[in-house]
Design a protein around this ligand. Structure first.
Ligand SMILES: *Cc1c(COP(=O)(O)O)cnc(C)c1O
Length: 231
């Protein structure tokens, strides 16, 4: 089942990319494995999954230990508490959820201790909905300005979660907003000779095709991989 789902999802990602004359190879597929067992992750890896996403450090830690023998990249997609940062920088190749300077500084400090340059994304609340996490767009630009001086952090781009709505078309404005924000941020970054931000992590099981049409370079998909799909 996992194998069939992955093939189908990749086909739909390719189709959405081609619709906008994008290269399907530019879209990375992150398999979100929260709540799934190490065996399920192994199966996904056998089906070609190279990137897995977890949303809790504690849960990820157990799986990370058990799966050291397979070659996969680990992504932190959930909210990160400062007291979990030490473990997070030891495990994750990419942290998608930086939404405050306090968190960024702690990541920088912990990465410095192990001499790592930690790749991160800024999580943006692009929909303006009342959610607990994610910087509002104007704050995101301020955060970029404050973060670029941190020597052990490398800012690669932005992440957002669209509001959960039945009609997936209704997610499109949030994805557009994230892409526009990236243009603004890159205008700023070019003035300080920082490499442009290229990653847009957006799109989940429900809305990844819309996200790819709107420029996603990373999609984070869980349910559509691990559960029976009847579409
Ligand atoms: C759970 C989760 C996903 C995947 O959601 P699905 O609807 O299962 O595809 C993506 N991003 C984040 C931040 C998540 O917590």
């Amino acid at each position: 089942m996992i194998s069939n789902n992955i093939v189908r999802i990749k086909g739909l990602i390719d189709r959405a990319a081609q619709k906008r004359n994008r290269n399907p190879g530019d879209i990375r597929f992150v398999c979100v494995t929260k709540g799934r067992s190490p065996d399920q992750i192994r199966e996904a890896a056998r089906c070609g999954v190279a990137d897995v996403g977890e949303n809790r450090v504690q849960e990820a830690k157990g799986k990370y230990q058990l799966l050291k023998d397979i070659n996969i990249r680990w992504h932190m997609v959930g909210h990160l508490q400062t007291n979990k940062v030490k473990d997070a920088v030891r495990m994750f190749d990419l942290i998608h959820s930086v939404d405050s300077l306090k968190l960024a500084k702690e990541i920088d400090a912990q990465a410095a201790k192990i001499n790592k340059l930690q790749d991160v994304l800024i999580e943006v609340n692009a929909s303006g909905e009342e959610t607990k996490f994610g910087a509002p767009p104007p704050k995101a630009l301020d955060l970029v300005k404050d973060m670029i001086g941190l020597q052990h952090i490398k800012l690669l781009g932005l992440m957002t979660m669209a509001p959960f709505v039945k009609d997936k078309e209704a997610t499109r404005p949030s994805f557009r907003k994230l892409r526009q924000l990236q243009v603004e941020i890159n205008n700023f970054l070019s003035t300080v000779n920082y490499e442009p931000s290229t990653v847009l992590s957006m799109g989940m099981s429900h809305d990844y095709e819309v996200a790819v049409e709107e420029g996603a370079t990373m999609v984070r998909i869980g349910t559509a991989i691990f559960e029976e799909q009847n579409r």
